[in-house]
Design a protein around this ligand. Structure first.
Ligand code: EPZ
Length: 422
């Protein structure tokens, strides 16, 4: 397993290109199952999760061809010859459950392994199941697999989500495009990745209104045709790299960054004293003062502060002036980066879903371990500002969601290198 070595850094300077969004691409790819015609995605990110989704779609009989060094995914699911999403693939990546809705809509049946828990939480699928059952599917759990069928096809319904689940909204949205009649999803997730999926589905001929709000209305159609769709910029990669100059000082421009994708994050970042401005090419971030100020964070569904940027923000607040309180309201176990940051000299108390961070002058480099995707990058960011050397192990977590991180940070002056496992 590779490690990444980071050394304490001076100010950063330069530009970082922002890739297409992992969490958009992982729901756009299963959308190919909804049509016999080809679906091509451009601006796709080069990540191991994308490879895993390609492997899963391939196991169902779809073809996924990666072009232009992985930035273009040409997909065709004309010949689906298997409707079972196997545990071996699904357990590696929870987003595999997003083939359930499209397969049900296209084939009338699907067998999808339950993903099982992951580091950050139990990750149940009750909201996905209730929504698809409301559309007329019969779903039974057997031997760890969801056996779903809709012999008479799916029928539109009004569905109210108990929680604005991103994945449940995506599964229901995709399935309802081919259901008979009208579907209304209430308390729908409002994330930009939902809007990107709806935009792609409309390009394929779906009739969808209200995406980006809490109520999405879909008029079912008989079939969807092919399309070419550009993946939206990754707001979590954007927010992550916006923090780099906040840790080390300097000025970095994030190419392709869009303010509307990270509004609540920017509000909090500016409260710490960081300067953010929109440029023609994206967003420019600079740290003027010596030390950032403490700020309180509560994670919420979009447009609130994103849970996927909580770990990175906690790492920054470890050296803020004052005490910050972070409340993690989305996942039940998403503070695993805290003990690793404490190894670097941070002062953090965790009680349930609340972490209290008492700012210290400076962190000290140390060997630390990545536990999940976003925790791993928060340790790298902390290493940028720490005194001495930080070695982050198990960086396979990192490669799931950040393409070429050592290249992107190295290009703006960070002392960072990847050590291949011998
Ligand atoms: C998506 O996960 C993202 N993943 C996550 O990003 C992100 O953290 C999350 O949305 C919240 O924004 C992808 O898009 C591939 P949820 P998802 O359904 O869809 C509970 C990353 O780092 N819940 O909105 O799984 C669930 O347990 C990843 O890129 C149910 O109880 O998130 C969790 O506590 C991590 N029942 C909360 O809702 C359900 O049926 C949020 O889950 C579904 C969810």
């Amino acid at each position: 397993m590779d490690s990444i070595i980071v050394r304490g850094n001076g100010p950063l300077k330069g530009q970082i290109p922002i890739a297409g969004a992992k969490n958009a691409c992982l729901t756009l790819m299963p959308a190919t199952l909804l049509s016999e015609e080809p679906l091509t995605l451009t601006n796709a990110p080069r990540l191991s999760d994308i490879k895993t989704m390609s492997e899963l779609l391939g196991s169902l009989g779809a073809e996924v061809t990666s072009l232009q060094d992985g930035k273009v995914l040409a997909m065709s699911s004309h010949d689906i010859n298997n409707h079972i999403a196997d545990y071996d693939i699904v357990r590696k990546m929870r987003a595999s459950n997003l083939v359930l809705g499209p397969m049900l809509a296209r084939l009338g049946h699907a067998v999808v392994s339950l993903p099982g828990g992951c580091a950050i939480g139990a990750r149940p699928m009750d909201l996905h199941i209730h929504g698809l059952e409301a559309l007329g599917a019969q779903i039974e759990l057997k031997d760890g697999y969801l056996h779903a069928q809709a012999p008479k096809g799916l029928k539109g319904a009004v569905i109210e989500l108990a929680f604005a689940s991103v994945g449940a909204t995506e599964n229901i949205l995709m399935a309802s495009t081919l259901a008979k009649g009208t579907t209304v999803i209430k308390n729908a997730a409002r994330e930009p990745e939902i809007v990107d999926l709806a935009t792609c589905l409309r390009a394929m001929g779906a009739q969808i209104d209200g995406d980006g709000t809490s109520e999405i209305t879909i008029q079912g159609v008989d079939r969807l045709h092919g399309a070419t769709h550009p993946v939206v910029a990754d707001r979590i990669e954007l927010g992550t790299y916006m923090l780099a100059p906040a840790f080390c000082g300097g000025e970095v421009e994030l190419l392709g960054g869009k303010m509307h994708l990270v509004k609540s994050f920017v509000e909090k970042l500016e409260m710490t004293g960081i300067h953010v401005e929109e440029t023609k090419a994206g967003l420019k971030v600079a740290r003027r003062g010596a030390r950032v100020q403490a700020v309180d964070i509560t994670t919420e569904p979009f447009p609130g502060f994103p849970t996927d940027l909580q770990a990175q923000m906690m790492a920054l607040l470890c050296t803020a002036e004052g005490t910050s309180v972070l409340e993690e309201k989305i996942f039940e176990n998403r503070f695993m980066h805290a003990p690793e940051l404490v190894r670097m000299g941070a002062s953090i108390e965790v009680h349930g879903g609340t972490a209290t961070v008492h700012g210290v002058e400076q962190l000290k480099g140390a060997p630390v371990m990545a536990t999940d995707l976003r925790a791993s990058v928060s340790l790298i960011l902390a290493g940028l500002a720490a005194e001495g050397e930080t070695i982050v192990s198990r960086v396979y977590h990192l490669d799931r969601g950040y393409e070429r991180v050592e290249e992107k940070l190295g290009n703006v002056g960070a002392h960072i290198e990847r050590v291949k496992d011998t």
